[in-house]
Design a protein around this ligand. Structure first.
Ligand SMILES: Nc1ncnc2c1ncn2[C@@H]1O[C@H](COP(=O)(O)OP(=O)(O)O)[C@@H](O)[C@H]1O
Ligand SMILES: [Mg+2]
Length: 384
């Protein structure tokens, strides 16, 4: 079986986006614009009667990297499955459309405005502004404040009346850290997949340790709604309303709030390992992150703090492993974002961080110690 070539899959997706736009706006003039590199979905800007929109499409509900590695078969098979997937009720993009409405409605959060949905394609209005990632890089001294603002905003929003009931109708579990880790590394193909990263020798041990550590006690209060893909690229601060973030790419699901903290932490750290700021700025970002995480832990009852920090660490390290291996196994013909390229170029630092930060998981259950060791390793990884 020949895995499909990136060019063919992206061309198929591009045609499907145009078809969907013509279905949603019959008679309108539709002009394709630039494609945003992604390892997950096909994202492209379009002009519809001169109005700029973002279009987003999922190929069969799995990541583009999996499709291009042949997980669904050759190009003909992918085409056939995708034709059916586009019109499947409950497809990923249809759930995302509903979730954007949930964010703007009952959650009363800023969210990318839904412009339409047709034939498996989600259309959103462009959100302008600086992302949390950009703000932290530009003003490292505000790291703690900015992380706090986003986490408080999301937590309050997702706890509002009607949110859980609405999410219940269509969770997006595809982005969940634990589910993703299990999908990638529990199967028989795990070892071969790890070898394909080029860092199999180190990552084998990392995955083994994380799988053992996963059998940790569950935390109290775990059935709330979490954002699911709370990366620093998904919170945008429009210039005119600097205090109120607007969110992109929700993956709302039932879970424990620690999962959102974990994603924010792991992606913040990965982001600047991939594109290192000046050492002084990196030190300030890590100090802000440390101070924020400790303040969250302090707000919990003393008896829960330990387990919370330990759960946070296990999730941070799983998420880092998930995304690093995706970037490392992406086929050479798939265009990558600057973030993904940066992480790939610093894979040695990231695998070193994972190797050394997972080692103590076997030796100690002491959450604060695990957190301290992770931060120390992160400092080394960015030479801060
Ligand atoms: N409505 C939008 N406004 C501004 N940027 C967007 C919008 N939709 C997508 N993007 C850009 O495209 C990137 C990828 O889109 P996203 O929805 O996050 O898809 P993926 O599932 O591939 O991560 C985002 O991180 C953001 O940079
Ligand atoms: Mg995204």
């Amino acid at each position: 079986m020949m895995p499909p070539a990136a060019g063919d899959v992206l061309a198929m997706a591009g045609e499907q986006v145009l078809d969907a736009a013509r279905t949603a706006w019959p008679g309108a003039e539709v002009e394709p614009g630039p494609v945003t590199p992604s390892v997950t979905s096909y994202v492209q800007q379009l002009d519809v009667d001169g109005h700029r929109l973002y279009a987003k499409l999922s190929v069969c509900g799995v990541s583009l990297v999996s499709v291009l590695r042949g997980a669904l078969g050759d190009l003909a098979t992918v085409r056939a499955r995708q034709a059916a997937y586009l019109v499947t009720p409950g497809s990923l993009m249809q759930r995302e459309a509903t979730q954007l409405r949930t964010l703007a409605g009952p959650a009363a959060l800023g969210a990318a405005a839904l412009a339409g949905y047709a034939r498996g394609v989600l259309f959103t209005e462009p959100v302008a502004g600086a992302t949390l990632a950009e703000l932290v890089t530009a003003e490292p001294g505000r790291t703690r404040e900015l992380l706090g603002l986003v986490v408080t905003d999301v937590t309050e929003g997702l706890a509002r009346d009607g949110v859980a009931a609405s999410v219940e109708q269509g969770q997006i579990r595809e982005r969940g850290i634990v589910d993703t880790f299990a999908r990638k590394f529990n199967g028989l193909s795990g070892p071969a997949y790890l070898r394909a990263t080029g860092y199999g020798d180190v990552l084998d041990g990392v995955v083994t340790r994380l799988r053992r550590a996963r059998r940790a006690p569950t935390l109290p209060g775990g059935r709330g709604i979490v954002f699911g893909d709370l990366k620093p690229e998904h919170a945008v601060f429009p210039d005119d309303r600097a205090q109120r973030p607007v969110y992109l790419d929700p993956g709302l699901m039932r879970g424990h709030a620690v999962a959102d903290m974990a994603k924010l932490t792991s992606r913040t750290v990965l982001g600047f390992i991939g594109r290192p700021p000046a050492p002084e700025a990196a030190r300030m970002i890590l100090t802000g992150l440390d101070s924020f995480v400790r303040s969250c832990a302090r707000r919990l009852p003393a008896a829960e703090r330990e387990a919370w920090l330990r759960a946070l660490l296990a999730l941070v390290l799983q998420d880092t492993t998930n995304i690093l291996t995706t970037y490392l196994t992406a086929p050479a013909d798939l265009p990558l974002s600057a973030h993904a390229t940066g992480v790939r170029d610093h894979a040695r630092e990231v695998t070193g961080l994972l190797d050394r930060a997972t080692a103590p998981l076997m030796a100690t259950a002491d959450g604060p110690t695990l957190w301290r060791l992770y931060l120390a390793r992160a400092r080394e990884a960015v030479h801060a």
